[in-house]
Design a protein around this ligand. Structure first.
Ligand code: NDP
Ligand code: MG
Length: 379
């Protein structure tokens, strides 16, 4: 029996992980966690009867405890609660499906507790990859990528040959082909309409700004120990090729599939086994063409900034990511415009005090500094 804990079980990746669990009778859910969605968390607790479940606020935890008093489950809250779910003794693998830097501390705690990680929460690796990857090696645990591109790369690796280049594919998002001028007037509603993928709101906006691809470049550089310069973004608007790797002999291996996260989630949970998934398959009778193009870094400035922050390393990726999280939240609440997102990231990057090798404490401080700095900027 494989025992799993899910951090962020009520979100897009969390609920799809649960769909995979339902398909496999040899998986047991021992830990669940949510931020605010108490109704769905209660349903999940009733269905899976985990040992521990966490919710963010103490008051919600009290309410939840009362609602599930007929079930033998410990209800915990806050960061301590999240860490407890990440470190349950019996668990074999933790699915990190929370959104944002909130995932850093529980992921590190889980690795220290010798848990394998199925990693969806890319922000954690973007900010703290330089700490997490060596720690994972030291603790002898595996980090299995859930992000579709990184899962694709992982599926394409050849243990006998080093990768020369990663070709990271991107759909280009809802504003593919837009000019800088056209981006000035896009609305929140436009930005939330991703052409191919159905995902949580934050990553949907990140896809529209293409900052998601920048975060993924940094994520890939940590996961596969590659130079940022050896990772190239290729726009492939159908989202059928999930990424490719190129070897020394110029041979390229690609992984293809429908735009559905079930395969990467299932592959991360059951690696090296491939399990049955009933979803639609790629049909080459209806798919007549696959198109390729290049992203325009002058239009998608956030992508350009992310690449440059990735190359600079140190504190830069954390500030980029923290500023992006702050700005996306404001955009989702209609407080700023779409094009303010890269502007604010640029301001935070230009004004922060660069450090070369930030510790976890430094990273958490930089997050706070970034938020306070951006609060003071008038747009
Ligand atoms: P969602 O917004 O759909 O879900 C986020 C989850 O995290 C929810 O369960 C939410 O709880 C929970 N959460 C947020 N804050 C906390 C907290 N403080 N404590 C506990 N739980 C918390 O996001 P996605 O599923 O889309 O994305 C999750 C991660 O996976 C992101 O890092 C994203 O970049 C990455 N990813 C997602 C993909 C996708 O297809 N969705 C694809 C590739 C990567 P609640 O529901 O209560 O708010
Ligand atoms: Mg992705």
């Amino acid at each position: 029996m494989k025992k799993i804990s899910i951090l962020g079980s009520t979100g897009s990746i969390g609920t799809q992980t649960i769909d995979i669990v339902r398909l496999n009778s040899d998986v047991e859910v021992v830990g669940l966690s949510a931020h605010k969605n108490i109704d769905l968390l209660e349903k999940q607790i009733r269905e899976f009867k985990p040992q521990v479940a966490s919710i963010w606020e103490e008051d919600d935890a009290k309410l939840l405890k009362d609602r599930v008093k007929d079930i033998d489950v410990r209800i915990v809250f806050g960061m301590e609660g999240l860490i407890e779910v990440a470190c349950i003794n019996e668990s074999d693998i933790i699915v990190t499906a929370v959104v944002g830097m909130i995932g850093i501390q529980p992921t590190i705690a889980a690795i220290k507790a010798k848990k394998n990680i199925a990693l969806a929460n890319k922000e954690t690796l973007v900010c703290a990859g330089h700490i997490i990857m060596p720690l994972a090696r030291e603790m002898n645990i595996n980090i299995y990528p859930v992000d579709s591109e990184h899962s694709a790369i992982f599926q394409c690796l050849d243990k006998n040959n080093p990768v020369k280049k990663i070709l990271l594919t991107a759909s280009g998002g809802p504003f593919r082909g837009f000019t800088k001028e056209e981006l000035k007037n896009v609305t929140l509603e436009d930005a939330l309409k991703h052409p191919n993928w159905s995902m949580g709101k934050k990553i949907t906006i990140d896809s529209a700004t293409m900052i998601n691809k920048g975060l993924e470049i940094i994520e890939a550089s940590h996961l596969f120990d590659m130079d940022i310069d050896d990772i190239e973004v290729v726009i492939q608007k159908e989202s059928i090729i999930h990424s490719m790797v190129e070897f020394k002999d110029n041979g390229i291996i690609a992984q293809l599939g429908t735009p559905d996260m079930k395969l990467p989630i299932s592959y991360a949970l059951f690696y090296p086994e491939r399990r049955y998934i009933s979803e639609a398959r790629v049909d080459f009778n209806t798919l007549s063409t696959i198109n390729f193009s290049k992203p325009d870094p002058e239009v998608f400035e956030g992508l350009k900034m992310a690449i440059s922050a990735g190359k600079r390393g140190g504190s830069a990726p954390t500030v980029l990511n923290a500023a992006n999280e702050w700005a996306v939240d404001k955009f989702l609440n209609n407080k700023i415009k779409f094009i303010d997102i890269p502007y604010l990231i640029g301001m935070a990057l230009d004004n922060h005090e660069f450090t070369k090798n930030p510790s976890i404490e430094d990273i958490l401080y930089l997050e706070k500094w970034t938020e306070e700095f951006l609060e003071r900027i008038k747009i």
